[in-house]
Design a protein around this ligand. Sequence first.
Ligand SMILES: [Zn+2]
Length: 439
Amino acid sequence: MKTKQYTVLFCDFLNPINDNECEYVREGAIVWTDAPKHQILVASKRDKVLSWLEKEQKKHRGLQIQEIDRSGYTAMPGFFDTHFHWVQDDVRLKPKANLLTWLAKYTWPYEKKFANKEYSQKRAHKFAQELLACGTLGGMVYSSIHGHTVDHGLKNFVGHFCVGNVLMTMNSPDYLIQTKTNAISLVNKYSKKFKEKYAMTPRFAPTTHPEVMKEGAKIAKKNKSFIQTHLSETENECDYVLGLYKEHKGFENIESYTHIYKKCGVLGPKTIMGHGIYLSDKELKLLSKSKTSVAHCPTSNAPVKNKGLGSGLFDFKKANKFKVNWSLASDIGGGPFLSMFDVMNSFVEQNKKKKISGVTYVMALYRATLAGAKLMHLDKVTGNFAKAKEANLFLVKSPRNCRNSQEAIARISNRKGRSKQDELVSECYFQGKQVFLRS
Ligand SMILES: [Zn+2]
């Protein structure tokens, strides 16, 4: 019989519970099993865990305990980044004026390069390392229009990722456009192949024919795949979309941007909308009723002087009021940096600047971890250190003399300058295995 093995990680840890609660344990320990999925058995104070282990050793003869000592380091659950474009890594720091010109000038020409399979594979490998260096172990990902960019993303990224090729069948440059038939057949192929790891991804309503969205949504729902797209990121875009769709047969009387997606069958509990900044109460009701979620991307929406696109600020309080689920996301390359610490800082700072009360680092961490897992229907599997969840975590150097979780998270998130936050994470574990160690 195979002997049982537990792994015990000695460290401080931060365990997000909800918007108002985050457990902060100094001199703690996290124990997980070796099989089948490296589930967490206990996460608590070190002495409590040690006496629990003693009892376990009596219960299971020959139990092996592997110790990893990371005293002086703080473990946090792997980040979930619920909206980013892995094929925009090289445009994230390009000059930004506004969404529509930035797309046409930098982003689309760059995405064209991914038609080359070798290039795509090479970049996916590189991007996977960047994700690990930031402690991101899950998320919703946009690739380019090329099918192989889905394969390359899923093959390389370590963690719980869901990837979709963007669908572009109209109002797109001739070097980055596909036929309706081609778009639908790609959705069919990849939705069947990857199920819940695939997302049917209209780039946004202006670039994707309503018939494609309708058919794609049907296919995605049949295969239990996700759906993701952009919604109400800028006011310009909203006007543009409504103007366009009023010309489409059957859409003459649409009331709003969200209404277009509703008419195409795109809304639902497995649908995640990027941004959602300019939404009326009626639209929020539509999202809430259909259980559609929003990925809020504060660094991407931030003012141009802060390296964002200057789109505005998502009203999280209103989303809460209408019971719309939301989580945080980097929106690389609209967002300038991949680290979710940067996203958390921006979320807290921008809301504080606007004198919006109640925003905290505890909330920011919850929305960058467990809330993201919830959007992806993975909150029973991962997202924090609750018992029976997978051991998915990263480690950072512990801050000194923090009185509570709020202080600890704030201190860690602000330790380095914006462009160096991808240096905070020293190590990552996914399903109990070390998958990243900073050299
Ligand atoms: Zn985006």
